[in-house]
Design a protein around this ligand. Structure first.
Ligand SMILES: [Zn+2]
Length: 152
């Protein structure tokens, strides 16, 4: 998200748009963005710097720490703000601020029932399911052996 300071009028401006999710640098992460990063920010300039306030949004796929199910989590940053000193180049890159605020808005321990509608099956049931799946064929094997033994 780059802003050219010369394109900002003295009274400020409003910027709205989308950024590719690769700005989030989530390649090796459990977090999978499902759409672009949408931003809607007011940009202003003062004597010393450029400031931006507004909202950011992106939908991501997370893995529930409890049941390991993947679920959609809408990241909504309602109070994005960045302040950049205008000492260097004319082009101001706000990408770092956008990335940081979105990463901060991600839950540290994601739970699929964050919306209070989804029912998280929890880790116990999840483990039971896994055990049941892996034990099912063995149980039948055991039964087969039992039948064979009886025939003898
Ligand atoms: Zn869950």
């Amino acid at each position: 998200m780059k802003v050219h300071r010369k394109e900002i009028p003295a009274e400020g401006t409003h910027l709205k748009g989308k950024e590719e999710t690769d700005i989030l640098e989530l390649e090796d992460s459990q977090v999978r963005p499902l759409g672009p990063v949408e931003y809607s920010v007011d940009i202003g300039v003062s004597e010393s710097g450029l400031f931006a306030t507004g909202t950011l949004r992106v939908d991501v796929e997370l893995e529930c720490v409890s049941c390991l199910k993947r679920f959609v989590f809408p990241v909504r940053v309602q109070n994005f703000s960045a302040q950049v000193e205008l000492t260097g180049p004319e082009l101001v890159d706000l990408t770092t601020w956008v990335r940081e605020d979105i990463l901060l808005a991600l839950p540290v321990h994601p739970h699929c029932d964050w919306d209070r509608k989804t029912l998280c099956v929890g880790p116990r049931l999840h483990n039971l399911n896994v055990e049941a799946d892996s034990k099912a064929p063995n149980a039948w094997d055991a039964l087969d052996h039992l039948n064979l033994n009886r025939r003898k």
